[in-house]
Design a protein around this ligand. Structure first.
Ligand code: PLZ
Length: 446
């Protein structure tokens, strides 16, 4: 079988962005779709392959966002397409809790083997990152028989009612959507760029603040789970200082708390590890995955200690579509691609190119306050030169310039001043360097 989509991996503009066809189509978008939906780039996509998006005007755009960290294996990756076609011709749906099928089981076996730790693990498949986080919380509460969930400043865990409560940032995620679920406690996050205390003792100080808050304000014996992104995604690619995650994992263990790593954005090779927690050898009790797991099809998972995952009564977990066979077929194709193309090494390699280029830019342009991230998950925080004050205007101008030149980049950050890079892990060096030269021009144009 072959893929229909096989675009040359090069940037090519034949119209302005947006072109006339996209402009017309976007009028229909405005008429037909909810005004509550945002849009990162004003073009309508016709096809895509690997790191190139083709719009309906014929423009080829470099994709440095991967649909928010999803298409790590590339858009319409060959192995994903082949397995999806095969599956869709075999059967489309039975519901795993009605009549099971093999590829759901195979995806779970893979996740149980790939996630950190040699202990016995089991998995549950659902449709989205938010649904997976909700299930992780449900299971942790059921297992511990405790109510409280501890989350961090700057965190993002989704848009459902429970996950809005877990998410930190009000606008745009929570504004007007309350009331929110109870028993969620937010604790400080060591965001080093904005940390007012001593950088030399940031880890110890942050751990003291977190554990003091838990011990004195919640009571550790009331806490079911500590939930954290190993590198915060939507919050602005905030990398916790060395030692922070291991100390949290230890505190959790000492207090019978389930330690949950939300690897929705960081997982599946993105950071140069299969999972970001591996950087410091942390073994979570539960790992939540989504996005990169299925090459673009909707699939998410909770993988955890067998005794935790099995603590729930039969039929306590489920959902009509969770672990749909087509999404599972895609996941097997995506995981095979990661393995055979050694994308974990590609992510490290991309990280070297990205990191060194971004640091060069930071030397040239004082509007770049910090470069941070890991592997193919890096970001720059934009400030008013000489200060740490957020520079949202510069962020918007850079993004707009890049778009006009056919480069799609995404933004993030509690202070809406972070430009983030999440390229497909299969992006060629040439394409990445071309995009980075456009970024340089964007800063020069400010
Ligand atoms: N946990 C760490 O990054 C999704 C959100 C995009 P869903 N991040 C992208 C948007 O604007 O809605 C995310 C995440 C982390 C959970 C989620 C939620 O995953 O698949 O979007 O539900």
């Amino acid at each position: 079988m072959t893929t229909l989509t096989n675009l040359t991996q090069e940037r090519r503009l034949v119209t302005a962005i947006p072109g006339p066809k996209s402009t017309e189509a976007l009028k229909r978008r405005t008429e037909a779709t909810s005004g509550g939906l945002g849009m990162a780039i004003p073009v309508v996509i016709e096809r895509a392959s690997d790191a190139i998006l083709l719009d309906i005007d014929g423009n080829q755009i470099i994709d440095l966002g991967s649909g928010i960290g999803v298409t790590g294996v590339g858009n319409s990756a060959q192995r994903v397409v082949d397995r999806v076609i095969e599956q869709v011709q075999a059967f489309t749906h039975t519901c795993f809790t009605v009549a099971p099928y093999m590829n759901y089981i195979e995806v779970c076996e893979k996740l149980n083997a790939l996630t950190p730790g040699s202990h016995k693990k089991k998995s549950l498949l659902v449709n989205s990152g938010a649904e997976a986080v909700e299930n992780a919380v449900k299971i942790a509460r059921h297992y511990t028989k405790r109510p409280a969930i501890v989350v961090f400043e700057h965190s993002y865990h989704g848009r459902t009612n429970l996950t809005m409560a877990l998410t930190a940032k009000n606008m745009p995620y929570k504004e007007g959507f309350g009331p929110f679920a109870p028993e969620i406690y937010r604790v400080p996050m060591p965001y080093s760029f904005h940390w007012v205390g001593d950088q030399a003792t940031i880890t110890e100080d942050a751990i003291d603040m977190v554990t003091h808050k838990i011990d004195k304000e919640i009571g550790a014996h009331n806490v079911a789970a500590i939930l954290i992104e190993p590198i915060q995604g939507e919050g602005g690619f905030i990398v916790p200082p060395k030692g922070f995650l291991p100390a949290l994992a230890k505190y959790s263990k000492d207090n019978g708390i389930v330690f949950i790593a939300d690897e929705v954005q960081t997982g599946l090779d993105r950071t140069g590890h299969m999972f970001a927690v591996e950087e410091e050898g942390v073994v979570p009790d539960m790992v939540v995955t989504a996005k990169g797991i299925a090459g673009g099809l909707p699939l998410a998972a909770v993988t955890g200690r067998a005794e935790v995952m099995d603590s729930v009564h039969t039929s306590g977990l489920g959902g009509t579509y969770g672990g749909n066979p087509i999404a599972c077929a895609a996941a097997l194709g995506a995981m095979e691609t990661m393995e055979e193309e050694n994308l974990v090494a590609r992510a490290k390699h991309i990280g070297e190119i990205l990191g060194s280029s971004l640091r060069e830019l930071a030397k040239k342009y004082p509007v770049i306050g910090e470069v941070r991230g890991r592997g193919a998950m890096q970001a720059i925080e934009l400030v008013e030169p000489g200060t740490k004050n957020p520079n949202t205007a510069a962020m918007s101008a850079v993004v707009k310039y890049c778009q006009s030149q056919g480069v799609l980049i995404l933004t993030a950050g509690t202070y809406s001043n972070v430009v983030r890079f999440l390229p497909p892990l299969v992006i060629t060096d040439e394409l990445l360097k071309d995009a980075l030269s456009v970024l340089d021009d964007a800063f020069a144009s400010l």
